[in-house]
Ligand binder design. Sequence first.
Ligand code: NDP
Length: 328
Amino acid sequence: MYNAEQSRYDSMIYRRCGKSGLKLPAISLGLWHNFGHVDDFNIGKEIIFKAFDNGITHFDLANNYGPPPGSAEENFGKILHQYLKNHRDEMIISTKAGYNMWPGPYGDFGSKKYLIASLNQSLKRMNIDYVDIFYHHRPDKETPLEETIEALIHIIKQGKALYIGISNYSAEDTQKVYQLLKKNNISLLIHQPKYSMFERWIEDKLDKMLKKNGIGSIAFSPLAQGILTNKYLKGIPSDSRAAKKHGFLQKSAITPKVIEKINQLNNIALKRDQSLAQMALAWVLRNPSITSVLVGVSKVSQLTDNLNTLKNLHFCSEELTLIDNILK
Ligand code: NDP
């Protein structure tokens, strides 16, 4: 049995996604790692309960999350059906297609054939009728953009997704998507870019483009897959993503130079009375083009730590300058 916390909406902050009618929690939960069949189902379940009990209404998936691919959607679907079914209207569930999912020419990239078949599979795995947001996961240089957009529009018209998102698209390609959709009176709800203290590419052009056109954005890997926390300060823990066989983070990414920067950032975080993870998330949320940060967690305690970010989102200009200097 699971009874959702009565006070679940008391402390979460909800931010409007661009100029849409949809609000997202400032902190959302991503299921890329830690929810596959290789992971402990019960820990995943507890993480989802903790999230929902604290106002995290948005759960982000993709066809290929696992491993094996598809298993994160299966596990999420099970948890949803066994415990959260009555709360479906309180939840924003997203999925994506765009990376390699099944063999042959129709299981990857951005054709209409792939996107429509993939969403049908995702709905089956999660055992739901629709997702709230469907993303094209990455741009495809070979498929005409018009075809990818036609597929997304078809999906909206079928009612299998309520909103459209794109991920990993450049500012220029995002502009094209926005215009193609607009011609059909459909809005581009959201962009999902990689953004953190260590990955600031969106500050160049994308931020401005999104703001100008009223498109929201949700930052993925805001903790640089765990590097922007205090976990790697004294080596590589055996239960960390960098140590796991199926983890996407390579040990080689944690160089002495990176550790030096994390140490310096950690000193600023301590002065703010925050963990480094909290400061890194607050720093992403300081950017006005960002609607929400999409965290991954392997433990309930990490989610508790991340939720406490909301207690201090303010930076003074001296802190921001100090951080900029470390990140140079
Ligand atoms: P993060 O940068 O938040 O990294 C998550 C990892 O950081 C956790 O697995 C954990 O590592 C560690 N961590 C989290 N909180 C803490 C804490 N408080 N203290 C210490 N360690 C902590 O995000 P992800 O890289 O997981 O990405 C988040 C989501 O973004 C994904 O689940 C997915 O939904 C989305 N995403 C989208 C992509 C796209 O192309 N659109 C690509 C990648 C992600 P450990 O496991 O070592 O404990």
